[in-house]
Design a protein around this ligand. Structure first.
Ligand SMILES: NC(=O)NCCC[C@H](N)C(=O)O
Length: 295
């Protein structure tokens, strides 16, 4: 049975290594500024960082699907979270808010369909939707961020695809300084377990905090100085079993005090320069159901 939550032990996951996304130094040189990366990623350092990150995923026991490259893909295709949503009825192809990423969903979906995944449907224009704006809280409850990458029409189509049995909580997101920059729902919340989430409180709408609290979810707070270095973006490999970027000492300490096991990776090239942390680098496809989350 497939588990639709963000913290059950990951059983299957899709990623796209630098060889199929960054590809080579020439591609990096020609794209990084237009895509508003903070600085130019170094290809060979990116490969080293990614190998270590991939090892952490593999040691967790997940079956890993390496997505291929393609003409239609930019450097951002390394952030596989965003192009597809995983739902009980199958995958949903997103219509990306960032126009330069619109080649990703079809490439990913084709490969995953061949690997046995079902396709439920797609979000189409004028709707926009990105995977970083979507989290499952449990099997029948999800939250979606309405903001620069996901619009009202995208959310209307999402609700219709998910059906009436799924509760969809809409979270208004702040606008980034530049319309091309990224600010996703998962920029301010990372689920860690059925009853625990990591949040950056200053950006969380009161209505969202109240809704989460009403569902019995407690919080670990990211301190202000660790928000920009991506302290709020943490991937649960399983319940309270986490992977996060290095050099976030206070967030790491708070997570450990909350009973979490934390592994870190160096992600200057693959994460910090392009603004995509461990949740962005990964598209979990199958997790243990949350009621049996430790299995
Ligand atoms: N889920 C995520 O937060 N993804 C990060 C995407 C970063 C990428 N540079 C973008 O702007 O789309």
């Amino acid at each position: 049975m497939t588990g639709f939550n963000e913290y059950g032990k990951i059983r299957r996951i899709a990623i796209r290594p630098p060889a199929a996304s960054f590809e080579n130094d020439d591609k990096i040189t020609s794209q990084w500024q237009a895509l508003r990366f903070h600085s130019r990623p170094d290809y060979s350092d990116a490969v080293k960082e990614y190998d270590a990150f991939r090892d952490i995923l593999a040691q967790g026991g997940a079956s890993i699907i390496d997505l291929p490259g393609g003409e239609a893909l930019t450097l951002d295709a390394i952030y596989t979270r965003d192009a597809l949503l995983a739902t009980p009825g199958g995958l949903i192809l997103c219509h990306m808010g960032r126009a330069s990423r619109r080649g990703e969903p079809a490439v990913n979906a084709r490969v995953l369909e061949q690997a046995g995944e079902k396709i439920l449907g797609e979000i189409s224009a004028p709707g926009t939707m990105e995977g970083g704006d979507f989290i499952w809280l449990d099997e029948t409850t999800c939250a979606v961020g309405r903001g620069p990458r996901t619009n009202d029409e995208g959310i209307r189509q999402l609700k219709s695809l998910l059906g009436e049995d799924t509760e969809v909580h809409v979270v208004p997101l702040p606008a980034p300084d530049d319309a091309e920059d990224v600010f996703h729902l998962m920029s301010m919340i990372s689920p860690l377990d059925r009853d625990l989430a990591l949040i950056y409180r200053p950006l969380m709408p009161e209505s969202f905090l109240t809704w989460l609290e009403g569902r019995g979810i407690g919080f670990v707070d990211v301190p202000e100085e660790e928000f920009l270095p991506m302290g709020c973006n943490v991937l649960a490999l399983g319940p309270r079993d986490l992977v996060m970027l290095d050099r976030l000492p206070e967030t790491k300490k708070r997570l450990e005090e909350a009973g979490c096991r934390v592994q870190t990776y160096k992600g200057d090239e693959i994460s910090r320069k392009g603004e995509g942390g461990p949740t962005c680098l990964t598209r979990p496809l199958d997790r243990c159901p949350s009621s049996l989350a430790k299995e």
